[in-house]
Design a protein around this ligand. Structure first.
Ligand code: ZN
Ligand code: ZN
Length: 369
C-alpha cells in the first residue's frame, strides 16, 4: 500500500533531474493579443489530383487537370469553417488556385509521392515560385537519394520539407532518419499510428540534435459528401508576423507552430493555446534558437483554454516527458530552470485529453552553445 501511494505521489511531482520549478512567473510575457496565430490546415488535395500520382509535373494531362482545380471552392469552405489558411500539396504536381481568395490564405506545394512501398513528403517553396523541387521521377521506384536531393533543393529555394505519415502501411518513410526535412507530420487521419509518430519525432530530435517541427496534416481528399464543417480538427496554429501567404510560409519554415489532432466538431477558436518562452527576459519563443553561455536556462509554459488537459514537457535528455501535470484554470503558467549539459537542447510541450482523443504538440524553443 505504501509503495502504491509513493507511486501516485511521485507521478504527481514527477520532475526529472535538471529541472527546477520557479515559484514566480512573469506575466508580462504571456501570449497576448499582439501575437497573430493563423489556424492553418496543411496537406490538402484538390479533386484534380487527389486520386492519382502524376509523373513529376511532366504529364500534360495532369497539368490540364490542375488548371481545372477546385481549390477556390475549398478556400471558401475553409473560410466558412473558421480556418485562416490552407496548404494544398498535390501528388507530384504543383497546385494552383484559379483566383486569389478573400476567404482564406493559400500556400501551394507538392506531395512528393511514391506509390506502394515508397514514402511521401510535402515540399513547400515560398509563394509564387515554380516548384523547382519538382523533377520528373518514376513514382513506382524512388531511390532514397531522390528524397534527400529534393529536400536539399526545396531548402535551397527558401522552402521546407515535411515527412508525411511516416508509418503509413502503404507509404512508409524510406529511411530511419529525416534526410534533412524540417518537419514531421505527427498528426494525420490514421489515429492508430499517432503514438508511434510522436515517439519517432522525439527519437529523431534526440538522434539528429537539430530542430524538427511537428505538423498536423489533414490529407484531405475531396469527396461528394464532405462539407465545410469537415475541414476542421487536424489543424495547426502558426504564429506569424504578418497575415499573408509570405508570413505564413515564414512562420511554418521557422517552426512557430502548434499542431492539433481534435475532432471535426471543434471550433478552431476553441483550440487551446500553447506558448513557450525562454532565456534572458524570456525573449526567445517557439521556433527560436537561443545562444546559451550559462549551464541552465529559464523557460515558461503558458497554456490557455486547456483546463483539464494533461500537459507533458519534453527536452533533449529523454524519450519520456521530463515533467507531466494536469492543467488548472484557463491560464496555466509555469516557469522552470532547466540544465542544458550539451551543445544543443530544447523544450517542447504536448497536451492530451485521452478520453476525447484530443492532442496538441508544440514546436520547439532550442538552446545552442
Ligand atoms: Zn501521402
Ligand atoms: Zn496526401
Amino acid at each position: 500500500m505504501r509503495g502504491f501511494l509513493f507511486l501516485i505521489l511521485s507521478a504527481g511531482i514527477g520532475l526529472a533531474d535538471g529541472l527546477r520549478p520557479v515559484a514566480e512567473v512573469d506575466s508580462a510575457v504571456l501570449e497576448d493579443s499582439a501575437d497573430t496565430w493563423l489556424v492553418t490546415m496543411f496537406h490538402l488535395h484538390s479533386a484534380a489530383n487527389a486520386w492519382r500520382y502524376s509523373a513529376g509535373g511532366e504529364d500534360e494531362a495532369d497539368r490540364t487537370l490542375l488548371e481545372q482545380s477546385d481549390i477556390g471552392r475549398w478556400l471558401q469552405a475553409g473560410g466558412e469553417a473558421g480556418l485562416d489558411a490552407l496548404v494544398f500539396t498535390e501528388h507530384n504536381a504543383l497546385a494552383r488556385a484559379q483566383e486569389p481568395s478573400e476567404d482564406c490564405l493559400l500556400l501551394c506545394g507538392v506531395e512528393f509521392s511514391g506509390t506502394q512501398g515508397h514514402g511521401h513528403m510535402n515540399l513547400v517553396e515560398p509563394p509564387d515560385t515554380q516548384a523547382d523541387c519538382l523533377r520528373p521521377l518514376d513514382a513506382h521506384q524512388i531511390p532514397v537519394e531522390e528524397y534527400a536531393a529534393a529536400i536539399a533543393r526545396v531548402q535551397a529555394r527558401g522552402g521546407f520539407a515535411v515527412v508525411n505519415h511516416p508509418f503509413h502501411p502503404s507509404f512508409p518513410w524510406p529511411d530511419p532518419g529525416c534526410l534533412g526535412a524540417q518537419g514531421i507530420e505527427v498528426f494525420g487521419p490514421l489515429p492508430g499510428v499517432l503514438r508511434k509518430n510522436l515517439a519517432w519525432w522525439q527519437e529523431r530530435l534526440l538522434a539528429e540534435q537539430r530542430p524538427i517541427f511537428p505538423v498536423a496534416g489533414s490529407d484531405f481528399h475531396p469527396l461528394p459528401l464532405l462539407r465545410p464543417g469537415h475541414l476542421r480538427g487536424l489543424v495547426n496554429r502558426v504564429r506569424v508576423e504578418e497575415a499573408t501567404a509570405e508570413g505564413l510560409h515564414a512562420g511554418l519554415r521557422a517552426g512557430r507552430i502548434v499542431a492539433y489532432r481534435f475532432g471535426p466538431w471543434t471550433d478552431p477558436e476553441d483550440l487551446p493555446g500553447v506558448a513557450i518562452c525562454a532565456g534572458p527576459g524570456l525573449a526567445a519563443r517557439m521556433g527560436d534558437s537561443l545562444q546559451l553561455d550559462a549551464a541552465s536556462v529559464r523557460f515558461q509554459v503558458h497554456l490557455s483554454g486547456a483546463r483539464g488537459f494533461q500537459a507533458h514537457i519534453f527536452d533533449e535528455t529523454s524519450s519520456e516527458p521530463i515533467y507531466s501535470y494536469r492543467v488548472e484554470g484557463d491560464d496555466d503558467v509555469r516557469a522552470f530552470d532547466k540544465d542544458v549539459a550539451g551543445d544543443w537542447g530544447f523544450v517542447r510541450v504536448e497536451l492530451e485529453r485521452r478520453w476525447r482523443l484530443e492532442h496538441a504538440a508544440s514546436g520547439l524553443v532550442c538552446f545552442e552553445r
